[in-house]
Design a protein around this ligand. Structure first.
Ligand code: C6P
Length: 420
């Protein structure tokens, strides 16, 4: 991502973040008799009223199926669905709506590429390059297709607790018969921001197709597919303030024509005979069956909402929270912090010396904190780092430093309790 200039930084300082918090009705509640502090934003973000309202007015006023009828409601539903697609293309600077395929989320987007593109392209001996910091969603679909096609998986190593990709041998790895390089833009456990444009440029030099998992970046920073230069990019609606059950797969123009259909059914066809079918044009060719129309409407409102604040402003704000949390958490004796100390997203994973991650999250829950403890769907990474689980605190623009200070106090109590 390009450097933030001082005038952009001023913009982030000018946003009234406390006022924005009021847009999220769910945050104004008590759990276990104390105010809720929601620090599980990497799992899913909360939804502003604008998103909730957009979906309820769609159901109250416009609900119908898309692309099928010629009646007024069907026309309205089609127009709402297609306008969400246009908005998604703008959100990631895709230029063309043909390359915006609505899916259920990042996981389904990656499975679509693995099964449709992978199945048609991998030959025995081909290699699929992943990184050791991938979420299971960007490992398991490739394992399935590698098994079917006799392709082989290889990995870019992670350096260690400081959570960076070891890029010293990337050129060499890419030159080893690699067909596809799939990597996460931002790690959901380490908070690392990978240099997506640089990685795609290197892959391109070796004629390698690229897929970027933007699940943890799309809602937290500007994501521009033209600048990144990837062939595929995936993200989920529910991690960008939108609803669950909707996501996007971006496919670059030249790849679209080569991408065979994935699921069969209504909508993805142009003509069906008893024994033969011809396909609809992209993106409809990849959207079999009735889509998640209300989900697309909610996602549209979410993208408007986030860009109304400015994703660069959100990035600045969350990065400051990440840095602040890192500094404050470092004060806890014996804490083990994972991921890079400096350039990171607003997310910190850690282990307390004497308490298991699940005990920490259970104890913290009783004090109102929603944290996540576990392997975060990163089991291979956990093994590499020699841990079974971590505690993860992931922030968003409605969080603040007071909440982090309170978390640090609670963690000190937990540490004392478990140290006996
Ligand atoms: N990570 C977390 O708590 P879905 O479930 O399809 O919306 O997203 C999958 C996914 C893919 N890639 C990355 C980098 C992710 O972080 C996730 C989801 C959640 O970290 C749930 S395990």
């Amino acid at each position: 991502m390009p450097e933030t200039t001082s005038s952009q930084k001023k913009n982030a300082d000018a946003v009234d973040w406390r006022k924005l918090k009021k847009d999220f009705p769910i945050l104004d509640q008590q759990v276990h008799g104390v105010p809720l502090v929601y620090f599980d934003n990497a799992a899913t973000t909360q939804k502003p009223r604008a998103v909730i309202d957009s979906m309820s007015s769609y159901y109250l006023e416009d609900n119908s199926n898309v692309h099928r009828g010629v009646h007024e409601l069907s026309n309205r539903a089609t127009s709402a669905y297609e306008s969400a697609r246009k908005r998604a293309a703008e959100f990631i600077n895709a230029g063309d709506t043909r390359g915006i395929i609505f899916t259920r989320g990042t996981t389904e987007s990656i499975n679509l590429v693995a099964q449709a593109w992978g199945d048609a392209n991998f030959k025995p001996g081909d290699r699929i390059l992943l990184t050791e910091m991938e979420h299971h969603s960007n490992i398991v679909p490739w394992q399935l297709i590698a098994e079917r096609t006799d392709a082989e998986l290889i990995y870019v190593p992670v350096t260690g607790d400081d959570g960076r990709l070891d890029l010293t041998r990337l050129e060499e790895l890419l030159s080893r018969n690699v067909k596809l390089f799939a990597f996460t833009h931002v790690s959901n456990t380490l908070g690392t921001i990978n240099p997506a444009a640089e990685l795609c440029a290197m892959a391109r030099k070796h004629g390698v197709t690229t897929l970027v998992d933007a699940a943890q970046s799309a809602g937290h920073m500007p994501v521009d597919v033209a600048e990144i230069g990837c062939d595929f990019l995936a993200f989920s609606g529910h991690k960008v303030c939108g609803p669950t059950g909707i996501g996007v797969l971006y496919v670059k123009g030249e790849m679209l024509e080569k991408l065979p259909p994935w699921q069969g059914g209504g909508e993805m066809i142009s003509s069906v005979d008893f024994f033969k079918t011809s396909w609809n044009e992209p993106p409809y060719k990849f959207e079999a069956g009735t889509p998640n129309i209300a989900g697309a409407v909610g996602l549209h409102a979410a993208m408007d909402y986030l860009d109304g604040i400015g994703r660069r402003n959100i990035f600045e704000h969350d990065r400051e929270l990440g840095r602040y949390a890192w500094r404050r958490l470092s004060e806890i004796p014996g804490i083990r912090l994972l991921g890079p100390a400096d350039e990171r997203i607003g997310l910190v994973s850690f282990l307390l010396k004497d308490a298991h991650a699940h005990d920490v999250t259970t104890f913290a829950d009783q004090r109102g904190f929603a944290l996540r403890g576990g392997h975060h769907c990163n089991q291979p990474l956990m093994r590499k780092l020699g841990v079974a689980s971590t505690v993860r605190s992931s922030f968003y623009f409605y969080n603040d430093t007071d909440e982090i200070d309170r978390l640090v106090d609670v963690l000190i109590q937990i540490q004392k309790f478990f140290a006996g």
